[in-house]
Design a protein around this ligand. Structure first.
Ligand code: FO1
Length: 318
């Protein structure tokens, strides 16, 4: 079975561990969000691609869900000693190696997709990890902060500001001119099922869908598209998805996210058991819906919810 998953950061990566366990023979292609990418110290950092690669490759810092395990921060301290910032983004020594290799390869003319393939040769994530695009896309957030209205890079909004101020707009800068990376449209066309994991619907999955051609390819794939709600009981499980959902006028509820994606895209939607009362509304919107436990507290629960998603896809296909 060929499965295509649109993944953002921590939630998507954790879900993928369960999906691999639920469907060990499946051929899984991950289309990774690159709108979170940031250029720091002359290096290109790809948080969502690295989170998938490290999580599935066994190098992730488990509690954080990002960065490497057993990290040290000597380079970061030395940069600070030179007064070279920003200090609010925690890049560890091991992680720096990934960004140095990536930046070096890009400088030598390799596209991000080839670089990602090269990095994954070491980590063996057990899925094919494709960036959504080889073109530069960087999400910026319009905020009213420090007494002025300004656009800040998504990472500054997310990490320095901790999403403490409302996002007035979320703009994936460059998306409109970006092309799907090599293999992305082919993977979608060849898929037997397409999955939207519990990633951030705006800055992760929304950004991937903003690359011209991807949303259309999914809508026209003619195979079941099934999503899992990142919102449980009107609150995001992790991260601050509600802050960016508000920016696009979507209320922070499992049902609202489903209708935000729309029945033109989604065939099935899983909500958590605490949101069982949302099932009827989602079904009324033309999207098959089931309430199952969605809290990814361990590999077992994640594997079960991945299995539920695949079962729902078969129910939809029938
Ligand atoms: N998230 C934080 O909350 N604080 C950090 O200092 C931080 C550093 C960091 C470094 C590399 C990397 O790949 C991710 C990092 N993240 C950090 C997480 C990152 O902001 C998020 O994983 C995604 O951008 C959102 O999914």
């Amino acid at each position: 079975m060929r499965i295509v998953v649109l993944a953002g950061g921590i939630g998507g990566a954790r879900f993928l561990r369960g999906l691999k366990a639920a469907a060990p023979e499946a051929d899984i292609t991950v289309i990774g969000n690159t709108g979170d990418d940031i250029h720091l110290f002359g290096l290109k950092v790809c948080p969502d691609l690295d989170t998938v690669m490290y999580t599935l490759g066994g190098g992730i810092h488990e509690e954080q869900g990002w960065g490497r395990a057993d990290e040290t921060f000597t380079v970061k301290e030395e940069l600070a000693a030179y007064g070279v910032g920003p200090e609010w983004f925690g890049l560890g020594d091991r992680d720096f190696a990934t960004h140095i290799v990536r930046t070096q390869m890009i400088g030598a003319g390799y596209p991000l997709s080839a670089v990602t393939e090269a990095l994954c040769a070491r980590w063996q994530p057990g899925v094919r990890l494709l960036p959504m695009s080889d073109d530069r896309v960087e999400t910026h957030v319009l905020v009213e902060a420090d007494g002025e209205r300004k656009a800040v890079h998504f990472q500054e909004y997310w990490v320095r500001l901790r999403a403490s101020v409302p996002a007035q707009a979320v703009v994936p800068v460059g998306a409109e001119a970006a092309k799907p990376a090599p293999g992305v449209l082919e993977a979608i066309a060849a898929a037997d099922v397409i999955v939207f994991p519990p990633s951030n619907p705006v800055v992760s999955i929304g950004t991937i869908l903003a690359v011209p051609g991807i949303r259309e390819a999914i809508a026209e794939a003619g195979v079941p598209v099934v999503g899992l709600s990142p919102i449980i009981g009107d609150a995001p499980v992790r991260g601050m998805a509600d802050k960016v959902l508000a920016a696009v006028g979507v209320e922070s509820s499992a049902a609202a996210v489903a209708t935000h994606y729309g029945s033109g895209l989604l065939d099935g939607w899983l909500v958590d058991t605490v949101d069982a009362d949302a099932v009827a509304g989602v079904e009324a919107a033309g999207i098959r819906c089931r309430a199952v436990p969605l809290l990814m507290s361990d590999l077992d629960t994640t594997t079960r919810m991945a299995r539920e998603a695949l079962d729902l896809a078969e129910e939809v296909r029938a």
